[in-house]
Ligand binder design. Structure first.
Ligand SMILES: NC(=O)CC[C@H](N)C(=O)O
Length: 356
């Protein structure tokens, strides 16, 4: 069956329908990872977005247990070519069946290089995937312009608190749309991890006396998370050690008076170089974000830049002055991606007074 990808600027790509055949409107973003398509599909930070994979062959090792959450979150999926015969000793099925089962519409056979060039030059834009050959651009384009991502954190967070038992440091993990590997990275280091839903009050977390607090990644515009930002300010004031990743990093910055803005086309992929400003050492990082903290608006009495993106000079991390708090824009839990910055979890354990 034919499918069409219609962009907000009126460009139309024709391809083959994969997965669900329902119509979908979303923000279209591209990811440059060469592997790890399943971790991308199950990363809750993609809620409210449809993902274009720039790597031309997707699905060649099928569906494996490498999921970052219980389900797939993107609204849509756009690829050049889907593998027809996945092969891997861990393969449990095909990506085609997975997309159908998850009710995610997709399109294959798209010139993803041409599409990515448009998104890179004009910036991220909204789009529609439809199988309706009689689509009317004049009706669809105004709807595409109207689309807003909305409150997606509430949609992706866990429904109730749960614990991963451990004998080491006690960590409270605020689940803003957490990838599984964040809790796993702490648990592997012996921590007892209590995962809290995103709208938990700071009082509840503080009164459980954790050794440290972890703020996770998550979807949407950080500035929309006004009630969560208020609670995070109370966590900042509590003097409990805090480590935050991606959305958590942005929310801590907003809670302490900084601002964020939307990047032209975001950073999504497995090879983004970030420089540690203390040592000048460069790490290759996994990334997935559309927003960024405005480093120039960070009060130097509150926090100082700790990492910078080598490609475009944007902020990649902050170290809070006089506090046991550090936050990063990239993904030290990787999955998918390079594990160069996994040592940051060890630094967090040390900050809590532990020896990893
Ligand atoms: N992976 C994340 O946590 C992303 C944070 C935020 N939703 C952004 O796009 O910038």
């Amino acid at each position: 069956m034919k499918a069409f990808l219609i962009l907000e600027d009126g460009t139309v790509f024709t391809g083959t329908s994969i997965g669900s055949t329902k119509d979908m409107i979303s923000e279209i973003v591209f990811n440059t990872s060469m592997t790890g398509y399943l971790e991308v599909l199950t990363d809750p930070s993609y809620a409210g977005q449809a993902v274009v994979m720039t790597y031309p062959l997707i699905g060649n090792y099928g569906i494996t247990p490498d999921k970052e959450s219980k389900k797939a979150w993107p609204d849509g999926y756009i690829v050049r070519e889907l593998s027809r015969m996945p092969s891997n000793f861990r393969c449990e099925g095909t990506i085609q069946d997975f997309l159908k089962e998850q009710d995610i519409p997709g399109i294959a056979g798209v010139d993803t290089r041409a599409l990515t060039k448009i998104l890179r030059e004009k910036g991220t834009m909204n789009g529609m995937i439809t199988t309706n050959e009689n689509y009317k651009l004049e009706e669809i384009l105004p709807r595409l312009k109207e689309y807003r991502v909305g409150d997606v954190v509430t949609k992706v967070t866990c429904s109730g608190k749960y614990v991963l038992e451990g004998t080491g440091k006690k960590v409270a993990l605020l689940d803003l749309g957490a990838k599984k590997n964040i809790a796993k990275s702490l648990h592997q280091r012996g921590c007892e991890v209590t995962v809290y839903p995103a709208h938990t009050t700071a009082e509840e977390i503080i009164s459980s006396h954790p050794d440290g607090i972890m703020l996770s990644n998550g979807p949407g515009d950080p500035a929309d998370c006004t009630s969560i930002i208020k609670e995070i300010k109370k966590l900042y004031d509590s003097d409990i050690p805090i480590f935050a990743i991606c959305l958590g990093h942005q929310l801590m910055a907003l809670a302490t008076g900084a601002t964020t803005h939307k990047l032209k086309y975001g950073h999504r992929g497995g090879n983004h170089p970030v420089k540690d400003l203390k040592t000048n050492r460069v790490y290759i990082s996994s990334q997935n974000h559309g927003y960024v903290v405005d480093a120039e608006n960070v009060d130097p009495n509150i926090a100082v830049p700790a990492f910078v993106n080598v490609n475009d000079g944007t902020n990649e991390g902050l170290s809070y002055v006089g506090k046991n708090i550090f936050t990063v824009q990239f993904h030290p839990e990787a999955c998918p991606g390079p594990q160069d910055s996994g040592y940051l979890f060890d630094r967090f354990i040390e900050m809590m007074g532990g020896t990893k």
